[in-house]
Design a protein around this ligand. Structure first.
Ligand code: SF4
Length: 238
């Protein structure tokens, strides 16, 4: 799976000159999670990430190119205990997976991609209310005052996401990137749109849509992204 590799490279290039903190994953660091989303009242929250008109970006990238060699959490900008007001927010996840063999077993690849998308929206850290807008690639987070008091930070929340992803056997390594620096979040917005169009096209292809490029609304994406056309039309390059 190399369809997202150019966007991974672009995203990492945008970030390469900025300061960051990094922590390797340790399961025992994972913040406790709930079975379902909780509602946190505004009066119980200390601030919102990606809310009140602040920019917000969320996207997930999949690769088999050896770009993520460890389970790790990166943070660009202020961490949760340092934040005093609503701020910009991005959560980017890069998943290094085993070969999904999407060119030979589309059913299996389709199921794996669905499972990965499921995890993207189904991690519920306690005291960390996530509201997502899949259509606009945005994610808002409301953080409960009590969670802050108990020591929540992005490395613990990131570890909770990694723990959930690691339940999928196809996933080898996970990098979770949190960003609260507004300038960086703004720079990554266009990448989110590109990721979304690739994922939608890929899902349609794996779902078995007809191979008629002349009448296909996905053509602009396939013309731009190396490997999609080959995948759909049967050449083994993706
Ligand atoms: S290969 Fe052609 S038919 Fe298939 S999704 Fe791309 S443009 Fe559409």
């Amino acid at each position: 799976m190399k369809l997202y590799d150019s966007i991974i490279d672009e995203s990492l290039k945008e970030l390469e000159t900025s300061r960051f903190s990094r922590q390797l994953y340790n399961e025992k660091d994972a913040w406790p999670t709930l079975e379902a989303s909780e509602f946190i009242m505004q009066r119980d929250a200390c601030f919102e990430l990606g809310g009140s008109g602040e920019p917000s970006v969320n996207y997930t990238l999949v690769t088999t190119s050896g770009k993520v060699t460890e389970d790790e959490v990166f943070l660009y900008g202020a961490d949760i205990p340092e934040i005093k007001k609503d701020m910009a927010f991005a959560r980017i996840v890069i998943l290094e997976t085993e070969d999904l063999k999407e060119d030979v077993d589309q059913e299996k690849a389709f199921q794996t991609i669905r499972n990965m998308e499921f995890v993207r929206y189904h991690v519920f850290p306690k005291g960390y209310m996530v509201r997502v807008s899949a259509s606009s690639n945005q994610e808002q987070v409301r953080i409960e005052k009590s969670a802050l008091k108990k020591g929540m930070n992005f490395f613990k929340v990131g570890a909770a996401y990694i723990k959930k992803y690691k339940e999928l056997p196809e996933i080898k390594n996970v990098r979770v990137i949190f960003i609260t620096d507004k300038e960086l979040v703004d720079k990554l917005k266009d990448n989110a749109k590109k990721v979304d169009s690739i994922t939608r096209t890929l899902t349609h292809i794996l779902d078995g849509m007809p191979t008629d490029c002349g009448h296909c609304s996905m053509k602009p994406v396939c013309d731009e992204v190396d490997g999609l056309k080959e995948l759909h039309l049967g050449k083994k390059k993706a």
